[in-house]
Write a protein that binds this ligand. Structure first.
Ligand code: SAM
Length: 225
């Protein structure tokens, strides 16, 4: 068992992954994916439109059309869950799937050689990971595999959604520190995260927000040093 394993990682069985896919077929979720795809496009531009990309974790391939649209010529997609990868293969249209190479891999033990991709896109993973040492281990692994940049999304506290969560928690009599958490996901302090990226060996090239101050989703583009 990976020493950094946390509970959210165990839930992506084949059945759970199918449910996750189905949940994302609503109009609201499609709209969110559209906005997220725009964020991916802007982040790719900041990163210099990398050609060889690792999408990790790829989930069911929700962002593959957006990654293909960036002009990437090679997309490797990795996820820890073989169940999720199975769902991705079953549900993705053939013309999209044919552009992607799927591998089973964790974020800390990536099954690829050193410096084998231009950029790693890590969307919707960090907001699940509360343990700073685990995040640093992920950055270390990304530094090994990426030649140029790493693109990561997270939940920022500078957002209306965080303020609403904070209000609800205090109304329910929860301790103030509980406000950073929503189920198994966490809102991060931006200054602390930026310091952490630098501690992790990156230079921050830029960031882009999904819907500034409304949505908590922020994506950073980090230069591998
Ligand atoms: C919320 S989904 C997001 C997937 C995708 N990036 C997206 O935006 O749709 C989280 C994914 O992370 C995967 N995962 C969890 N822990 C992981 C780890 N340590 N290494 C690689 N993948 C992991 C899960 O199997 C799941 O597919």
């Amino acid at each position: 068992m990976d020493k950094h394993e946390v509970s959210f990682e165990d839930k992506y069985s084949y059945e759970h992954s199918k449910g996750y896919y189905s949940k994302h077929q609503s109009f609201r979720k499609h709209l969110t994916t559209w906005f997220e795809g725009r964020m991916v496009k802007r982040a790719s531009g900041i990163a210099g439109n990398p050609k060889v990309i690792l999408d990790l974790p790829c989930g069911f391939g929700r962002l593959w059309p957006a990654l293909i649209a960036t002009g990437a010529t090679k997309i490797i997609a990795a996820d820890k869950s073989t169940g999720m990868l199975q769902v991705a293969k079953e549900m993705t249209p053939a013309e999209v799937l044919s552009r992607v190479t799927c591998i089973a891999s964790t974020a800390t033990e990536i099954e690829l050689p050193d410096k084998s991709v231009d950029s790693i896109f890590c969307m919707r993973l960090l907001h699940h990971i509360h343990d700073k040492n685990y995040r640093l281990a992920i950055y270390h692994s990304f530094q090994r595999v990426a030649r140029d940049t790493v693109v990561v999304s997270l939940w920022s506290q500078n957002s209306a959604r965080y303020q609403r969560n904070k209000y609800k928690k205090s109304r329910d009599g929860k301790k103030p520190e509980e406000a950073v958490r929503k189920g198994d996901r966490y809102y991060f302090n931006i200054q602390e995260m930026e310091a952490e990226f630098i501690e992790g060996g990156f230079e921050i090239i830029g960031h882009t927000d999904m819907l500034p101050y409304i949505s908590p989703w922020r994506t950073y583009v980090l230069k591998v040093t």
